[in-house]
Design a protein around this ligand. Structure first.
Ligand code: ASP
Length: 324
């Protein structure tokens, strides 16, 4: 059995031009020839990533850690009532409740996450404390709220008058949450800081008018966000169910580990989604990625995806390439 498996692996390896070590397992090693770190690089999703990048940049250039940078960065979107898919001002679920999902990963491989958290302005900071103060990775719902309050977070009303108005309008037309309802503005951010350390953060109010209790990809380590300090990091936005079914951000990082550029890795992960899952025309997923050499990319299923990159003091918005 073992020999037959080894034979099959060796034949496959020969046919695609890689040589296997004696164990029969290909050792995926990131090619360190691209790890010439040259100052901080920050990438984040959507236009509101520009303001978030700036806050993260300030932390990095003040000598703060890459974790401090991504946390401070995404907190800008969490607090901005104009961003209707993140934090305060985020559109509620079908019952009018704002529920938040967030996660954070650091260069040591550490991770923290909260899901379906109500009443807390900065879920990313709660996720960081889950990572730093508990033996767990993820807290959800009432337990996450209890933990946050015990850690000193204030409870607050996250439903702004504008979001309430939009929800009431939606309610008149439809009481059945559909697949997407148009909201896809999660902020995901990956930063490369001193010593080429990588960290990432992802935070969202999720899909607008979702079923109560629905959790998307954003707080799921490997789906909405993944960081491996040997390789780089990736984050996702868009239709979370598609990302969860393919563990999208983990896939992007693993593809970079095999030597693919961030752009090729994002595109390839989107191809995986398109191959595996029947898509509706309005489904959108966007990935951002950064490798240890500071190369960045964003790619979407549809044309609408944009991402913001800050490097060498310049903060720019880019239109992402797309599969369709
Ligand atoms: N990915 C998020 C979710 O499915 C949505 C978004 O990006 O806004 O919850």
């Amino acid at each position: 059995m073992y020999n037959r498996r080894k034979f099959l692996l060796s034949s496959l390896a020969a046919s695609i031009g890689i040589s296997l070590p004696a164990s029969g397992h290909k050792e995926y090693r990131y090619r360190s020839d691209r790890s010439g770190f040259d100052g901080p690089v920050i990438i984040s999703t959507w236009e509101h990533g520009l303001a978030a990048n700036l806050a993260a940049w300030k932390k990095l250039t003040a000598g703060k850690s890459v974790l401090d940078a991504v946390e401070a960065g995404v907190m800008v979107s969490e607090a901005d009532p104009a961003v209707s898919s993140v934090g305060y001002g985020g559109f509620p679920d079908s019952q009018g409740e704002v529920t938040l999902d967030a996660c954070i990963m650091g260069p040591e491989g550490d991770a923290g996450s909260v899901a379906c958290l109500k009443h807390i302005l900065h879920p990313i900071s709660v996720a960081r404390l889950v990572m730093e103060k508990t033996p767990h990775v993820m807290l959800v719902g009432e337990g996450a709220l209890k933990f946050a309050v015990e850690e000193g977070f204030q409870k607050t009303d996250l439903l702004t008058p504008d979001a309430k108005k939009a929800w009431e309008k939606w309610k008149q037309k439809s009481m059945v949450p559909d697949d997407f309802n148009g909201g896809h503005d999660t902020i995901g951010m990956i930063a490369l800081g001193a010593g080429a350390d990588v960290a990432g953060a992802c935070t969202t109010s999720g899909l607008s008018y979702k079923l109560p209790g629905r959790v998307g990809d954003s707080p799921i380590i490997g789906a909405g966000l993944f960081v491996d300090n040997e390789v780089g990091g990736a984050a996702a936005t868009g239709h979370g169910e598609l990302v969860m079914k393919t563990l999208g951000s983990f896939l992007v990082v693993e593809l970079m580990r095999t030597g693919l550029s961030p752009e090729a890795a994002c595109r390839s992960a989107l191809n995986r989604i398109a191959e595996k899952i029947p898509l509706k025309p309005d489904y959108q997923v966007g990935f951002i990625a950064i490798n240890k050499g500071g190369e960045t990319a964003g790619y979407g299923l549809q044309k609408s995806f944009e991402y913001a990159v800050m490097k060498e003091g310049k903060n720019q918005l880019f239109k992402a390439g797309s599969l369709f």
